[in-house]
Design a protein around this ligand. Structure first.
Ligand code: ADP
Length: 669
């Protein structure tokens, strides 16, 4: 668990690219394993299971062929029993007359081998008590009883033909036919996986036998029994017939695909399974597993089994004798190699595809990883640029790699950051300006108050002195200058007070267009406006504003006079009205005058700021204008370009309808 954790942690410590590569590899590997398992499962299900089914059917065909052979033997015996005057020969005990029967016997093991006709290995006639009258393959041996033979006994008792496969001791076999010595002898060959049989040679043989009762002419008395049989040991006719019929001799890589075997006990006595040196595997033993199941438990076996030197898909079925005792096994099987090879081929193909897929995945992940990392680096550079204050930094959207989404988002972010930053800066400037002007206004008001009284005193006393002076006094002129200058001072002080004072007049609903027109009428005929073209672009039906008429007139007069000053008697004055932001009335006053330096523009609303020569300007005009607009909860801003002109933009809150429950506290700030 701990180790696993360490591994997992290590994996997470890998850089992005390695992690991508590992991820891709694991994914393809898992897919490959999964695909292999699925195809194996499919092969097993469809192919192996199908073959097993087929083999199960094959054993039935094999059984049919086996039984057919038994039936054939029965027919041959019947034919021999019925074909001649056997009854007469028995009645007359004419052993010589029975000599013809020797024609049915196989002369030696090689002769007539597998030619399709049934050639018997033994043919014996017994009397009704089971005593041997004539042995076709061994005429000299006669007179012994065969009643111990279950088949003979059953036939005598039931007087009916019977057939079965029986075990006979080697001695009995040789008595029946001495020339069978070679055919009957089988050496047992022991192999590692085989069942244990502690014998070196088989001491008996398996004989497919039939017995036929011979009745007298009235068919009511048993005269004897004719018994014949074929020794299966070393006789491959049945198994080869099974092979040909069921598997059509199909071969795979030089080996027989389908094979059949007859076992006596657990030993192969008739087979077409080949050993490595290409001999029939006669004498080899059943595998232990199958032996236990079929011979010991007397049950069928179906499935994989190791046969001699290879794996087969097999079926085994027991062979019983007439007493229902198991004596052997019949087997058919198909070489598994073909299906195993298909399976391996499939595994290799799958593995190949997986490895190939992993290779491709690896290359793709490398390229993809590189791309991603490259884009991340670009993004990092971008964020660093933004962090260092370069809000104009832009990424060029990369449409190919699909990162444009991120690039666009980044650019959007930068844009909105810049907008916010600009807004903040503007707000900051505005606030700083407002604060400065407010502070100045307070100071100016204080100073003005303090100076106003002494100025009143100076004016009063200098007027009194003037009154008392004779008409021709030379001092009189000086006193008059004092009074004039003091009055000027008073005007200035009044201006300062105006800058910081709240509107004194009544706040009434006003038509902005009208107030502007009145102010314009006051100045337009004066000499300084003679060369100036005036254009009014008024929006009709503007909502009313709340304001002090005379103070607002003062604002416009000031602005018009400043404009005329700046244009020096030549140019164009444009007055525009309309609705601006926050539903405020917006008034712009533009001239084509000399403009203001950018550096000075921020100062123009400050009291005493003037660019005019001493005596011509006090620098109080715009600060008074600012004060008045401020007190109307409006805003005033100036835009200017040197030598091109200046525009003053005023916004004023509109007067709320009388019916409205809202109070008149709207603001354009
Ligand atoms: P004053 O007119 O007595 O100088 P103001 O407060 O009215 O005082 O104006 C301050 C300064 O603002 C002026 O000296 C001038 O430099 C500048 N200014 C005002 N209006 C304009 C304008 N329309 N065009 C150019 N400059 C202007």
């Amino acid at each position: 668990m701990k180790i696993k954790n360490i591994h997992t942690r290590r994996l997470f410590r890998l850089d992005l690219q390695s992690r991508l590569a590992v991820g891709f590899l694991v994914a393809t590997c898992l897919t490959g394993v999964f695909a292999t398992l699925v195809s194996l499962w499919t092969i097993n299900r469809n192919t192996i299971a199908e073959v097993q089914n087929r083999v199960r059917q094959d054993i039935n065909t094999a059984k049919l062929i086996y039984n057919y052979k038994s039936e054939q033997i029965k027919s041959v015996i019947q034919f021999a029993a019925e074909s001649s005057d056997l009854q007469d020969l028995i009645n007359r005990n004419d052993v010589y007359g029975m000599g013809y029967m020797a024609g049915q016997i196989r002369k030696n093991a090689q002769n007539n081998f597998g030619n399709g006709n049934v050639i018997l290995d033994m043919l014996t006639l017994v009397d009704a008590r089971g005593r041997v009258i004539y042995r076709a393959a061994n005429p000299k041996a006669a007179g012994d009883s065969l009643l111990h033979d279950s088949l003979v006994k059953t036939c005598i008792e039931n007087k009916k033909p019977v057939a079965s496969t029986e075990l006979m001791s080697l001695k009995e076999i040789l008595k029946e036919n001495p020339s069978l010595a070679k055919k009957a002898t089988i050496d047992i060959i022991k192999t590692p996986l085989a069942a244990e049989i502690d014998k070196d040679k088989l001491t008996d043989g398996m004989v497919m036998k039939a017995a036929y009762p011979i009745m007298d002419r009235n068919a009511d008395m048993l005269l004897g029994v004719l018994i014949g049989g074929v020794l299966i040991n070393n006789d491959n006719e049945i198994v080869d017939q099974i092979k040909e019929t069921v598997y059509h001799g199909e071969k795979y890589q030089g080996r027989q695909m389908g094979v059949a075997t007859i076992f006596q006990g657990g030993v192969r006595i008739s087979t077409n399974v080949m050993t490595e040196d290409n001999k029939r595997a006669i004498g080899t033993i059943l595998s232990k597993e199958v032996y236990d199941r079929v011979i010991v438990e007397e049950k069928d076996w179906a499935g994989r089994a190791f046969v001699v030197n290879d794996w087969y898909i097999t079926t085994y079925t027991p062979i019983f004798n007439i007493n229902k005792k198991i004596i052997g096994v019949l087997y058919t099987g198909i070489l598994e190699a073909k299906y195993r090879d298909i399976k391996w081929e499939m595994i290799w193909i799958n593995l190949g595809i997986t490895v190939y897929g992993m290779l491709i995945a690896f290359i793709i992940s490398l390229r993809l990883g590189n791309n991603i990392i490259e884009r991340i680096k670009i993004l990092k550079r971008g964020t660093e640029a933004i962090a260092s204050g370069n809000l104009d930094y832009k990424l060029s959207p990369d449409k190919v790699s699909g990162f444009n989404m991120l690039d666009e988002a980044f650019n959007d972010m930068a844009r909105s950051l810049k907008e916010h930053n600009d807004q903040l800066q503007r707000m900051h400037q505005h606030l700083a300006k407002t604060e400065k002007l407010t502070a100045m206004g307070e100071m100016a008001a204080g100073v003005a108050h303090e100076i106003n009284n002494p100025l009143g005193g100076i004016l009063l006393y200098s007027s009194l002195v003037l009154e008392d002076l004779p008409e021709n006094s030379p001092v009189r002129d000086n006193i008059q200058k004092i009074i004039y200058q003091t009055n000027r001072c008073k005007d200035i002080v009044q201006g300062l007070l105006d800058f910081s004072r709240t509107p004194t007049g009544e706040m009434v609903p006003l038509q902005a267009n009208q107030v502007i027109t009145t102010s314009l009428n006051l100045v337009k005929d004066q000499a300084m406006f003679h060369g100036i073209e005036i254009e009014s672009r008024f929006q009709e039906n503007l909502p009313e504003i709340m304001g002090d008429r005379s103070r607002l007139e003062e604002v416009f007069l000031n602005l018009f006079i400043n404009a005329a000053d700046a244009m020096n008697g030549k140019g164009k004055l444009t007055i525009t009205t309309g609705i601006g932001q926050n539903n405020c009335v917006k008034i712009s006053i533009s001239d084509t005058g000399k403009g203001v330096d950018k550096a000075l523009l921020v100062h123009i609303f400050e009291p005493f700021f003037t660019t005019k020569e001493p005596g011509r300007g006090t620098g109080l005009g715009l600060s008074i204008v600012y004060g008045i607009i401020k007190r109307h909860k409006g805003t005033i801003d100036a835009e200017s370009e040197k030598d091109k002109g200046t525009t003053f933009i005023i916004t004023l809150p509109v007067h709320k309808n009388n019916n409205s429950i809202e109070k008149d506290n709207a603001s354009c700030e």
